[in-house]
Design a protein around this ligand. Structure first.
Ligand SMILES: [Zn+2]
Length: 242
């Protein structure tokens, strides 16, 4: 039997994990992350194709793959973190402005909401009733949602998860060409990277389409088109220029 203390902390950990999974399991997150993983595959494989086209040695290819993976992972995580942090900042400033307006001129804010529902097709008495009820329940949320399209203000945890999740997703993608570089002999490097990139892009497309409500065939065509042209152009430029 575990003590109540242990049970409490277990409950807390389980709660944290459940929260993280529900945030991570958001369809939007998976769609984003499958795209970031594609980025990791395509950018790393593209850089390697350029080096391979230029006739780089095994040691150079390994160095290129490793630094491309690390730099790409940090840059993908960092830019996603910065983007969501900026979004949260903008949402907080809008929320502050709206809260001040609601305090200063509640009638005008109510009128805004009534006009919004009238414009969406409700007749005036019904629009007024809906607006009044929403304002009574949570005036700020009602204003943020209708006027600014903000359903939920991003939390600090959302910001952190966006950065960490993107860095991990990028690394998971980039590790595919990196592993190929480490294991495959240098003379078959270029075709092996192309093949592994196509297989892994197909996998991320399936995951992205399944979890993100996207059409599989169109997702796959888009991804493979971007992947094949990037690798092809990089290889050719490597051959021609160096
Ligand atoms: Zn307003």
């Amino acid at each position: 039997m575990s003590s109540p203390d242990v049970q409490v902390s277990r409950g807390r950990i389980a709660g944290r994990i459940a929260w993280l999974l529900s945030a991570a399991g958001h369809p939007g997150s998976f769609r984003t992350w499958s795209l970031v993983a594609n980025d990791g595959i395509i950018a790393t494989a593209g850089i390697l194709e350029g080096f391979a086209g230029a006739g780089a040695t095994h040691a150079t290819l390994v160095t290129a793959a490793t630094s491309a993976t690390i730099a790409g992972m940090l840059s993908a995580g960092g830019s996603q973190w910065a983007e969501v942090a900026a979004e949260r900042e903008a949402q907080l400033s809008v929320a502050e402005e709206e809260a001040a307006l609601i305090a200063r001129q509640p009638e005008a804010e109510l009128a805004e909401l009534v006009a919004y529902y009238e414009a969406r097709g409700l007749d005036s008495p019904l629009a007024k009733e809906v607006a009044e009820r929403l304002m009574a329940r949570d005036a700020l949320n009602a204003q943020l949602e209708t006027e600014h399209g903000i359903l939920e203000v991003k939390t600090r945890a959302d910001v952190a998860l966006a950065g960490i999740g993107s860095a991990i997703a990028y690394a998971l993608g980039a590790i595919v060409p990196l592993l190929i570089t480490l294991t495959v002999p240098v003379r078959v490097e270029a075709p092996a990277i192309v093949l592994s990139a196509l297989v892994s892009l197909t996998l991320t497309s399936i995951i992205g389409a399944r979890t993100g409500h996207m059409n599989l065939l169109r997702t796959l065509m888009r991804t493979l088109f971007v992947g094949i042209s990037t690798l092809g152009i990089s290889y050719l430029l490597g051959r021609l220029i160096f």
